[in-house]
Design a protein. Structure first.
Length: 140
């Protein structure tokens, strides 16, 4: 099953930034994500721990801890991901087979390159970029 934490956390951050003066209880944000409020609260907790989000217990007005242009997708990814690796090598291969015995090492090298490239690209995409695209798509 695909991990949607980055997408969901980015959605939450953009939603909060685009609704600054509104009452934003977790059930309202959850309805936008089509998920439950507990999931939203859990992700918001991780975003708070990472210093990306600020909120006060009992007051439904969360806010970004810094400007959207200063928050990258990589920041959000690192805040909410339980596993940093985007891809996982299958190490349960036959050590007797000439292919199976080396495939994990070969794929691990490629996966490190892919991970590095993906994180580098995520670091260059800001929450502001995402919000600009959301606004553009809403207007179309």
């Amino acid at each position: 099953m695909a991990n949607t934490q980055l997408s969901d956390a980015t959605h939450i951050m953009a939603y909060i930034a685009l609704h600054p003066a509104e009452n934003l209880k977790s059930d309202r944000i959850a309805s936008s994500l089509k998920t439950d409020p507990t999931t939203v609260r859990r992700l918001m907790g991780k975003l708070r721990q990472a210093g990306l989000l600020q909120s006060t217990r009992g007051i439904a007005r969360p806010q970004l801890a810094c400007k959207p242009m200063d928050i990258s997708l990589r920041d959000i990814f690192l805040a909410v991901s339980t596993r940093r690796a985007l891809l996982t090598v299958d190490h349960d291969t036959s050590t007797e087979c000439p292919v199976g015995s080396v495939m994990p090492k070969v794929m691990a090298n490629y996966y490190r390159e892919i991970q590095s490239s993906a994180e580098g690209r995520m670091a260059r995409i800001t929450l502001q970029d995402v919000m600009n695209d959301v606004i553009t798509q809403q207007q179309n």
